[in-house]
Ligand binder design. Structure first.
Ligand SMILES: [Zn+2]
Length: 368
């Protein structure tokens, strides 16, 4: 979202999250493009809408308003499209260093995430939970502790919202604190989330390597791959070019799936064309003639923030960046549920199906 906004003329130092209120049309047009490209999930324009980042723009008192506006602009585009697309609330890093490296305590980080996530889960209309997000995506997290704070924040509010958690890695395949992918995978495995993965980082080649490393540790646990469009090149005049083309992303969609990814997408420098290329590859028949994609999956129920909300669990939503794709885990769970459309799952039943089709993860981990 950020790099596309910038490519459409929004200055890089402008608050992208404020556009949900100041210029919703530009945000809506981007959502529309991703929906048209065949995304099964689109993300709200709320990556930096936390108290710490908004403070740079004097907007730290408007966390709730800007996140609710982000949900509204995306939800409206999904409704207009008439397609089954899910809406994910995008939550990025706080942009501050956590103790002991920095001054922000983990409790403060958790509080900031909780403030943002509460607004995403409430949406623009507190009487209509269906107007809120279907899941939360934690993305571009550089530090595992920060990711863990965000998960704690979500689970302090609700145990039922599905969560995708993604870390970003430096070019040498380490986190910014120096952790290896397998060390990170073991830590991430302890989080109460529904899918884990890698986004941003440098490009498809690296993310393929990282997903393979996560897969080794995590087995059939749902994985997500969403790389940048390669390593950005600085051009004359300050323009930034991301070199990876849509076709290149299409080829990698297949590779990510074979490496164990259940969801694929793109981050900085990718566009709706990249997603469309991935979509085409996912939808093309496999050599065995079996369709490679499924158009449905079950998620955990929508957040029950309070007892008043008793509606159905997952909407036919629309969003732009991601695609649930087949994996051994997925065909297993689909058969187990026999589901052909989105439908409510209780936390208990979906946890079993989602998490461990074969053996307890802890056992898996102890073997590695
Ligand atoms: Zn990125």
């Amino acid at each position: 979202m950020g790099t596309v906004l910038h490519s459409r003329g929004v200055p890089i130092d402008q608050c992208f999250d404020a556009l949900n209120r100041e210029n919703p049309a530009i945000v809506a047009a981007i959502h529309r493009g991703y929906i048209a490209a065949g995304s099964d999930i689109i993300e709200t324009n709320s990556f930096g809408a936390n108290r710490f980042k908004l403070a740079h723009h004097g907007l730290d008192d408007e966390v709730a308003e800007l996140n609710r506006a982000a949900v509204k602009v995306a939800r409206d585009e999904i409704a207009k499209s008439g397609k089954e697309v899910l809406l994910a609330g995008s939550v990025g890093p706080l942009g501050v260093r956590l103790a002991p490296l920095g001054r922000v305590k983990q409790s403060q980080a958790t509080a900031a995430f909780q403030e943002q996530v509460s607004a995403l889960l409430e949406g623009p209309d507190t009487d209509d939970r269906m107007a809120a997000v279907d899941l939360i995506i934690l993305e571009t997290m550089p530090d595992f502790k920060e990711l863990a704070s965000a998960v704690t924040a979500i689970r302090n509010i609700t145990s039922s919202i599905p969560v995708i958690a993604m870390m970003t890695f430096t070019r040498d395949d380490r986190t910014i604190l120096g952790d290896t992918p397998s060390a990170v995978a073991k830590q991430m495995a302890e989080l109460d989330v529904d899918a884990l993965g890698v986004n941003c980082s440098s490009g498809p080649v690296q993310v393929l390597r990282l997903i393979s490393a996560l897969h080794e540790v995590l087995g059939d646990f749902p994985l997500v791959a969403a790389p940048n469009a390669g390593w950005p090149q600085q051009l004359e005049g300050g323009r930034v070019l991301y070199p990876a083309t849509p076709d290149y992303f299409g080829e990698f969609a297949q590779a990510f799936i074979e490496a164990g990814a259940s969801i694929v997408g793109g981050c900085c420098g990718t566009t709706a064309e990249h997603i469309a290329a991935m979509r085409a590859v996912i939808d093309s028949p496999s050599p065995s003639g079996e369709p490679k994609s499924m158009t449905s999956m079950a998620l955990r129920s929508k957040p029950a923030i309070d007892e008043r909300w008793t509606g159905p669990s997952v909407t036919a939503g629309a969003r732009s960046l991601w695609r649930w794709v087949p994996s051994p885990w997925r065909s297993h769970s689909a058969r187990a549920w026999g589901s052909s459309s989105f439908r409510p799952q209780t936390r208990e039943s979906s946890s079993r199906s989602w998490r461990r089709p074969r053996e307890p993860r802890s056992k898996r981990l102890s073997n590695t």
